[in-house]
Design a protein around this ligand. Structure first.
Ligand SMILES: [Zn+2]
Length: 388
């Protein structure tokens, strides 16, 4: 009895002590394991921030091996592979994620989205389209539709593009009207190229329905009318371009002048272009004006071509305007015109007289021994840009 009690008194504290040591050992080991996975992760992060992508990949692979259940590490690794241009490895990481049964719905969509981006970057557009298509109805829905729209435009699949854009428009994520109008314009031009006039006219009508004031459908309609010999209708369409999108008008000013002449509306057109030319000088408008001047009735007051070119150059000292002046008989010009030509040439030359760093492209008015942009020494050639 004494013996037993003695052993009990000694044994109990020892048992406690052993149990406590064992439990500490266990916790220590567990804590170490927990610490090591984030350590590798932070190491990878640190290397990433220091632009050491290769070493960062190694660190992330180590972290993934230690802690294979963490989806976030896989995402980090996969995105890193994609950014490095290692698309096959990025695809493998994201496909591996998708095969996991324990992946949450949100992470599954995220992995599918990442996979689609891998395919885009790898140039596998069919597979990208397929991957984006499976994202319909997920939190990446709009993003995936926008990506599919870009893919369809990139492969010039205008019919698919206009369908996707119409659905995006219907979902209220913004206005796609001008984009849809461009798709129908492309379809109209394609149909016209292949000789299908009915389809061309139909597509053009849809383009104008989509964006009634967009300039491109109006311009295509004008060209179609001019081609069919209907100059008055063409002139009306070009006039509409000027009314709704005046900034685009210089693109079609020449065609506007031609159809004005063919439909007998030279006087009206001359007044319109002159007004526009006074407000927004442009060499395209000057050329259109010259066409109209040539067709003006005998009683009209028409300034000579030299005077028109001089007026433009004075308002807008560009090289094109200077060229227009030099292209008219030189004896028609006074000293003021020569001063304007000199000013236009000097202005254009200023950009060419700079010095450009051969290392980074930094341009400066003066030569620098040390580049203010990249701080390299002796990277500025002694020659100015125009002499290189
Ligand atoms: Zn530089």
């Amino acid at each position: 009895m004494d013996f037993d009690l003695q052993w009990l008194l000694i044994g109990l504290p020892i048992a406690f002590a052993l149990g406590w040591i064992a439990s500490r050992l266990d916790i220590g080991q567990w804590r170490r394991a927990q610490r090591e996975a984030p350590k590798a992760y932070f190491q990878g992060l640190n290397l990433l921030l220091n632009e050491q992508h290769d070493k960062a990949i190694d660190a992330f692979i180590e972290a993934v091996q230690r802690d294979p259940d963490t989806a976030d590490l896989h995402f980090a690794l996969g995105n890193l592979f994609r950014r490095r241009g290692e698309f096959e490895r990025a695809v493998r990481v994201h496909q591996h994620l998708l095969q996991r049964a324990d992946l949450s719905g949100a992470d599954r969509a995220r992995a599918q989205h990442a996979l689609a981006q891998d395919f885009v970057r790898a140039g596998l557009l069919d597979r990208a389209e397929e991957a984006y298509r499976t994202l319909e109805g997920t939190s990446f829905d709009i993003e995936a539709r926008l990506a599919r729209l870009t893919l369809a435009e990139r492969s010039r699949d205008w019919r698919t593009a206009t369908q996707i854009a119409s659905r995006l428009e219907a979902s209220g994520t913004g206005s796609y009207a001008t984009r849809i109008a461009h798709h129908w314009c492309e379809l109209s031009l394609q149909a016209a190229d292949s000789g299908d006039e009915t389809a061309a006219a139909d597509a053009l009508r849809r383009a104008r329905d989509a964006a009634p004031h967009a300039p491109r459908p109006l311009i295509i309609a004008a060209r179609r009318a001019a081609l069919a010999g209907d100059a008055p209708t063409a002139f009306d369409h070009y006039s509409e371009v000027l009314r709704h999108a005046p900034a685009v008008f210089p693109l079609v000013a020449g065609e506007y002048a031609t159809t004005a002449i063919r439909s007998g509306q030279v006087d009206a057109a001359r007044a319109t272009v002159q007004r526009r030319l006074d407000e927004h000088p442009s060499v395209d408008l000057l050329n259109a004006m010259r066409l109209l001047d040539g067709a003006a009735p005998a009683h009209a007051a028409v300034p000579d071509a030299g005077a028109r070119a001089q007026a433009l150059l004075h308002a807008q000292p560009t090289l094109s305007a200077a060229l227009a002046v030099l292209d008219t008989p030189l004896d028609a010009h006074d000293e003021a015109a020569l001063r304007d030509v000199r000013e236009a040439v000097a202005r254009a030359a200023r950009a060419q007289q700079r010095y450009r760093c051969a290392a980074c492209g930094f341009e400066a008015q003066h030569h620098h021994w040390q580049c203010p942009g990249c701080l390299n020494w002796d990277t500025f050639p002694a020659q100015r840009v125009e002499e290189l």
